[in-house]
Design a protein around this ligand. Sequence first.
Ligand code: DGJ
Length: 767
Amino acid sequence: MIKHVDDLFVLSTISSTLVLSVRTLKKVTTEYFGKRLSDDIDLTPILHTYGATRGRSTILEKEGPNISLNDIPSDFSTPLLGDYNNPSIIIDGDKGAVYDFRFLSFEIIEHRKKNGYPTPHGKAQELVILLQDEAMEAELELHYVCYEEAGVIGRYAILRNKGKEEMRIKKIASLQLVLDDRGYELVSFNGNWAGEWNKDVAPIHKLRYSFGSFTGSSTDYNQPFFILKKKECSYLNGECYGFNLIYSGNHLEEIENNSYGEVRIITGISTLFFEKSLKEGEEFETPEAVMAFSKDGLNGLAHNFHRFVNNNIVPENFALKPRPILYNNWEGTYFKFDEGKIMSLAKKAKELGVELFVLDDGWFGHRDSDNSSLGDYSVYKKKLPHGLNGLSKRIHKLGLQFGLWFEPEAISEDSELFKAHPEYAIKDRFHKPLEGRNQLVLDLTNPEVRAYVINSLKTVIGEAELDYIKWDYNRCISNIDTRDTSFFHNYILGLYEILEEIKSAFPNLLMENCASGGARNDLGMFSYFCQGWVSDDTDSFQRSSIQANMGLAYPPSVMDNHVSGKTSHQLLRKTSLDTKFDVACIGVLGYELNLNDLDPIDEKAIKAQIEFYKEHRETLQYGTWYLFESYEDNRQVIEMLGKDEAVASYVLGISRPNPKQEVLPLTGFEDEATYDYSVRPTKLDPKRFGSLINMVTPIHIKEEGKLVNIVSRRFGLDAEKFQGEVSGSILNSGLFRLHLLWGGTGFGEEVRVLGDFGARTYLFKKK
Ligand code: DGJ
């Protein structure tokens, strides 16, 4: 809800209130952003006061109040007029660089469609504040979108040249927000290939912090998502603010804690290789930034963003819809497959309960490795002699949906496309463009290239009757021609144009986002893709922390996680398929291993996993997500709270001798209700016990010997038995006790044998 009272604007969501003012110098200021305030109260006590003038201030209006722009909590700032903090807008032009935008008018509208960017859907009110600098013949619109039900507020700006002289934008952020410094810590997320979403927590000193990405995509190295939290804020309690961008390109985040005790937060398009010229009548619109506040810790903050993504971001046709369980052949076969192999995998996948079969990289051109064929999306006949349509028909006949991998933005030098159109690749004028993963990037700023990509995709999707596509993007951009002064930005607008076309041509096509794993999982991409491949790291322990940290910004419904082979291809760590499932089941489940190599006991395990998942899919994809402990605590617990049930995933780090008593932190149960609890039944591989097995066998068994290998392919030992009834109030107490971990002695049904990096799934059902 947006209300206008005198010269204040009050934006209320279910979890926050933002109070803006235009009373001071006709500038827009944030007077309050925090916990939701009661409606219709006198807001005077929260307003900033300006009774005394600070020393050495540069006063904006001598005849007006003695106020400097340095002193006000401005929602935008331009340099050279007395505000010596970090500016969010820098314009240089034929008329100079001093811009003094003042309030002119406002309107409250139903939120408008964004120009060139994806627009969140669903109902939302939008406040548009128009500012003007008459002398410079320029207008600035600040837009505030109130996603009331989600608990999220959006912010973007439009700058307009109304004069004859050219304006050159050097910087234009989507959001500037000034908060009182209350001892905040900055929580940011850095990463790299197969190691996305590392969390970093740092106190905010009296410095200017800046981070971002300029690889061409949003989430390489630093996420645009970040948090400001009070020191004492934990997962469940305390105050914090979160910020993100609906944008997939280069971005810049800046946090400045000045000597007056104010924290200025700026986020938007990166200024590196960004300059936009505006001629008479032209305007530039920024991408939208979003922010949320929580008084209920990091989980509360996450819930705002989860609601926003589920209800307003992912394509409407897929919003809140169950996602299928998929099989992807990548780690199972890599490039080495043919139709026979694919069909036998598909049959096995179907038998195990999979719903969607995805053929990954290597089905087109003459692609036997990552050296060739990107850009040529005609079928590789040697591997698939009956063509895509033939394969698709056979897979559909099995009762499976069918999907394909593409890397639409890439081009191999060894391709028909490159031979015909070398100019389609991004390059500067003087150097041979650098390769990354043996490939170049298509220049999506060129309309002819965009048309080529759209046509190739439309042809294959139509002809092969695809239900799904995986859109990969495997390198960073280099060698741009800087004669286009905002190349990186125009590239992303080109990408959005293509995605818009594909989405409207195939509204029911399930599109999965991927960029060598999670190098471009952002709110912009999730506006077209209802799920994303979280990381190329399928080692369950490493993956569990990637998923947990990503969960602070994105809901499990957009996170595709796969159970891969027992030996991790990324870390060579060995983990059971059940442990892999216990991690992968929080979100969208998939399998990515050679199903034809499975032992009978593994097949049974996977069947049981899929049955469990189908039964609790709604909870696992759309339940309320809680993270209690993570990586740093040597164990991680995530709870998914659904309707009348909850599923908790527990992951151990390193196991230690003499384990302590352990409890499971949980929340959200009905105090007065009773719940059946159980651990998801799994089998233990007898090989886990090494030569200790001889303690219980009548004959001597050699560790790693033939006999134990034969047995372990078919039989497993029953893992712990853990079931019973428990009151909701005990579960809510956070002290629900687990069985002791294996501590070197005694094995029985009341012992949890997990070993290093083991996991468990617990189920709670209301009676
Ligand atoms: C990188 C992706 O992240 C993988 O899942 C796989 O699709 C490969 N690319 C294929 O080249």
